[in-house]
Design a protein. Sequence first.
Length: 152
Amino acid sequence: MNMKIILLPLTIALSALLSACGGGGSGDNVNSSYSKTIVKAGITYECKSENAAKLCENGNCSSCESSQDKVITAACSSSVDAGQTIYAVTNAGCVAAMKSGSKNSVYCAAGTLKVLAGLGYTLNQLSINGTAHPSGEFNSAITSETLRCSSS
C-alpha cells in the first residue's frame, strides 16, 4: 500500500513533465511550423525539421522534399504571334494545354526542352523520360503551336 502511495504521485509528475517538454522522442523538431529552404547545386530542398535541415546543409538531403520531386501543375504562359501560339517553358516546368485538347508536361534544362504527353509528372520524371529537343523548342506545323525554352 505504501508503495502505491509513492508511485502514483511520481507517475503523475513524470507524465506531466514529459507532456510539458514535448514527450521526449528523438529530439528532432518536426512540426507544421518548421520549414527551411536549402538550395544545393541548383535544386531547392524544403526541410520540415531542424535535424533534416542540418543533414541537408552537410550534404545529405534525403530527408527533405526536393523541387525535382514535386508534380508540375503550373500552366505555361503563352502568347500569339502571327497566328502561332508560343508557350514559354522555364526550368521550373509547366503544363501546356494544346489546341488539340492534349496536355503536355514540359521543362527546360540547360537550353534543352523536355516534353512528356500528359499530366502528373515531376521534373525528375521529365528529365529521365522526356523527349529531348536540344534546340530548345518544338514546333507543331499542324496546330501552329511552339513550345519554347524561356529564361523568364
